[in-house]
Design a binder for this molecule. Structure first.
Ligand SMILES: Cc1cc2nc3c(=O)[nH]c(=O)nc-3n(C[C@H](O)[C@H](O)[C@H](O)COP(=O)(O)O)c2cc1C
Length: 135
């Protein structure tokens, strides 16, 4: 079993979502001791917000900036991890009526047409394995 565990709260040790996600992963580990866990703290190692360079790269522009190259590689790794994961546990705070900017920046990396979704006649269709369900 592969578990992808993300935290995205900016409140550190005072975070409720971090406590909840940690408890969930502990519960999973107890029932699946062999589980492989990939963890990202999206507040401690923030994902930069999406910029014109990312969009250009997505549409085939040559990328010469090393920082952008590294960031694009990180984004691709996020997608690979998501597709490979059997369970995804995300600590999600609500700030100002939406998810944290830290999590939104990760979402902006993994929502890629042809990889994690495709456009259908009636809207987007997810491409992740069908066994995924909210936990
Ligand atoms: C900047 C900020 C904005 C918030 N906005 C909302 C909100 O719009 N709606 C809400 O129900 N709670 C809001 N809250 C309360 C948080 O959802 C609550 O503190 C929650 O515990 C945050 O998750 P965390 O502890 O994991 O960071 C806000 C908290 C902060 C610090």
């Amino acid at each position: 079993m592969k578990i992808l565990h993300l935290d995205s709260s900016i409140l550190g040790d005072n975070s409720a979502s971090r406590a909840l996600s940690a408890e969930t992963v502990t519960h999973l580990k107890n029932s699946h001791p062999e589980a492989e866990i990939i963890y990202h703290d999206l507040a401690a190692q923030p994902v930069p917000e999406l910029g014109s360079g990312h969009v250009g790269a997505r549409f085939g522009a040559e990328v010469t900036d090393e920082a952008l190259q590294a960031d694009l590689a990180r984004g691709n790794a996020f997608i690979d991890e998501l597709i490979a994961a059997d369970v995804v546990v995300i600590g999600v705070p609500m700030y100002n009526f939406t998810v944290s900017a830290q999590l939104k920046n990760w979402i902006d990396r993994i929502v890629v047409a042809g990889k994690t979704f495709r456009y259908g006649d009636n809207g987007p269709i997810g491409l992740l394995p069908e066994a995924r369900r909210p936990f």
